[in-house]
Design a binder for this molecule. Structure first.
Ligand SMILES: [Zn+2]
Length: 118
């Protein structure tokens, strides 16, 4: 099972203020990111190894755009989005209002005090 099976993938745009190093002008750019939201449950056919990896998986964003074109008409040069992170991990609260937080299941049975009595 590939890592991409664990996530719902979607491209998003985040408005970001960037300053062109050539002309020094700052504009807001729509920087593209690939959003990978962890699925609520594993697809069928998952092995125990898949389940372990899925348990550790975390929703995140990866930046797609490395460069943007300057929006200033007199410049229009492309520059790198250098001082800006390329991967952002998302906390559960970023998943949107439709995500219901699953209650942890009580998989461990309560200890029976009479269990060791014979
Ligand atoms: Zn510029």
């Amino acid at each position: 099972m590939r890592e991409s099976d664990f996530f719902d993938e979607k491209d998003v745009r985040k408005p970001t203020r960037l300053t062109c190093p050539f002309c020094g002008r700052t504009f807001q750019y729509e920087v593209r990111w690939r959003q990978r939201l962890k699925k609520k449950r594993l697809p069928g056919g998952a092995s125990s190894e898949d389940r372990r990896r899925f348990g550790k998986a975390q929703s995140y964003l990866v930046r797609i755009d490395d460069k943007v074109g300057c929006q200033y008409v007199g410049c229009r040069r492309r520059f790198e989005i250098a001082s800006f992170q390329t991967v952002v991990f998302l906390s559960d609260s970023d998943h949107g209002p439709d995500r219901t937080r699953e209650q942890p299941t009580r998989s461990r049975p309560r200890r029976n005090p009479n269990r060791n009595h014979r």
